[in-house]
Design a protein around this ligand. Structure first.
Ligand code: HEC
Ligand code: HEC
Length: 300
């Protein structure tokens, strides 16, 4: 079952504003070329809408960027769950050689005297601007990235006409065939690890070499039982977070739904059922600060 996203979340607005600025600050990268927002554009569903991400110096990464919208609903962060929470997660990209290729000492050196930052850090944190406090501010901003008010949320809150007949039918099908056993909760996912290819070998069907990232949670735990397990991604705003899967191999939603049925449920769904589920998933597109995610403009 899916629960509605609350309309507001109680956070310190000044910390959110500080984190917002940091999230959009390219100086956190080695050559001042790439902010967090460069790969998690708020106008692009919180992703880069690419098969895999491109970091500093044009280095192409091995895995697709998940959305930052509603990421606070994930029980852990990253596809393989290697970060316990958003504060820990924010350490990753800054130090990652194929993402921002920097380090905290360098980043703090560049922003510590910026009048946009110094007073805010001094006011909000007893120990001022530190690596930990930067990560805390970014994580607090990310907690503010919730997307309530999707047609499906309005429906859940009692507005029977907020979704179409087909979308209602699609949700019933989604639950009946078993999608909801993995993609559930407020964000329609993010709560558990599951094997990609639970019922039928996904990697064999996909073809191509199996790279390190395809091993998923195994890379973090070293346990054979965790091979090809991934954090179940959230399906909120799935309309704008294409392409799909950790390897970006599904270009469109109907392809992703078809593959999920085959590999996760061991079933081939007829085309009309896939279309119904797709219609339902499109009702999960919400709003950020009152603007539907399909209409958010890029911030410079
Ligand atoms: C070069 C592109 C790039 C940049 C820059 C980048 N990210 Fe990411 N981000 C990714 C990719 C790719 C992943 C998935 C990596 C993985 O799971 O192994 C990711 C994962 C995440 C996640 C986990 C979401 C989830 O569902 O597990 C969060 C949160 C996040 N990034 C926030 C940030 C923040 C904050 C910054 C800036 C400090 C940032 N990212 C900078 C590409 C990027
Ligand atoms: C056994 C658990 C499980 C079931 C059942 C399941 N999924 Fe998934 N789903 C996953 C996992 C794990 C992934 C991530 C796989 C990957 O990236 O390699 C995923 C990924 C997806 C994605 C891509 C999300 C993204 O951001 O890339 C969509 C869309 C999706 N599932 C929809 C569905 C639908 C619709 C159904 C029912 C037909 C379904 N899933 C059934 C576990 C499941």
């Amino acid at each position: 079952m899916i629960q509605p996203i609350p309309l507001t979340v109680d956070l310190n607005a000044r910390v959110v504003a500080l984190g917002d600025r940091l999230f959009h600050d390219k100086r956190l990268s080695a050559d001042d070329s790439l902010a967090c927002a460069g790969c998690h554009g708020l106008d692009k569903g919180g992703t880069d809408q690419a098969k895999s991400s491109t970091g500093v110096g044009g280095k192409v990464g091995p895995i697709a960027a998940p959305t930052v919208y509603n990421s606070s609903y994930n029980h852990v962060q990253f596809w393989d769950g290697r970060a316990a929470d958003l504060v820990e997660q924010a350490d990753g990209p800054v130090n990652n050689a194929i993402e921002m290729a920097s380090n905290w000492e360098q980043a703090i050196g560049k922003i510590k005297d910026d009048p946009c930052y110094a007073p805010a850090f001094a006011d909000l944190y007893t120990d001022g601007m530190t690596e930990r406090n930067i990560r805390h501010a970014i994580a607090t901003f990310e907690q503010s990235l919730i997307t309530p008010n999707s047609p499906f949320d309005k429906y859940l809150m009692g507005d029977a006409n907020a979704v179409s007949e087909r979308q209602r039918l699609g949700y019933r099908t989604y639950i009946a065939v078993g999608c909801g056993s993995c993609h559930m909760g407020v964000a329609a996912g993010g709560l558990q690890f599951e094997k990609m290819g639970k019922k039928a070998d996904y990697f064999k069907a996909r073809g191509g070499p199996i790279i390190k990232e395809d091993h998923g949670r195994f890379n973090f735990t070293g346990k054979d039982a965790d091979r090809h397990f991934f954090k179940v991604p959230i399906l909120r705003n799935i309309e704008v977070t294409f392409p799909y899967f950790h390897d970006g191999s599904a270009e469109n939603l109907s392809d992703a739904i078809d593959k999920m049925a085959v590999h996760q449920l061991g079933a081939r769904l007829p085309k009309p059922q896939i279309a119904d589920i797709e219609a339902f998933l499109l009702s999960l597109t919400g709003e950020y600060k009152g603007v539907p995610l399909t209409q958010i403009k890029a911030t410079p």
